[in-house]
Design a protein. Structure first.
Length: 157
């Protein structure tokens, strides 16, 4: 858990450095992302005009399946520009736990469609061959996205 003393921050900046276990991600059991590596954080907490400002970076590693070729992929996820604000008037505890907010900043960096590389060629839509590993002999006719419409147009002629 990432916590700091509110009264201490009012006197001087606080530096938070450490690691959290893979459970920090809070990923559900059926999530496409998994992690078995720790999350590392380096944060600075300081008082600023009636509020508390948290800045810094957080990084971790997740595993997923490439959205194009379905091969396993491991990705380093990080954010170097965390900025969290907490109004002092809203803080009721002496110790503030910012774990959930830091986690949210990291989770938002997860890509919607993980890729093994930007150059990934994906799977052949006809035979399923991984085109990163070998070329298939399938011939592509027309735009596959419009394939069903191509068949309709051909039947009418």
């Amino acid at each position: 858990m990432i916590k700091f003393s509110v009264s201490r921050v009012e006197k001087e900046p606080v530096f938070l450095e450490g690691t959290e276990g893979p459970e920090f991600w809070g990923l559900p059991e059926n999530d496409p992302y998994t992690s078995d590596k720790p999350v590392v954080y380096e944060l600075q907490v300081r008082s600023a005009a009636g509020s508390i400002l948290v800045t810094g970076r957080v990084e971790g590693t997740v595993s997923a399946v490439c959205g194009r070729c379905l091969e396993p992929v491991e990705m380093e996820i990080f954010t170097e520009d965390i900025e969290l604000y907490y109004a002092k008037s809203d803080i009721r505890e002496e110790e503030l736990d910012i774990t959930a907010d830091v986690r949210d900043e990291l989770l938002i960096e997860l890509p919607m469609n993980p890729l093994c590389s930007e150059e990934c060629k994906g799977l052949c839509p006809t035979c399923g061959t991984n085109r990163n590993k070998e070329n298939c002999q399938c011939t592509r006719r027309g735009n596959l996205a419009w394939g069903a419409l191509d068949a309709v147009v051909t039947e009418e002629k």
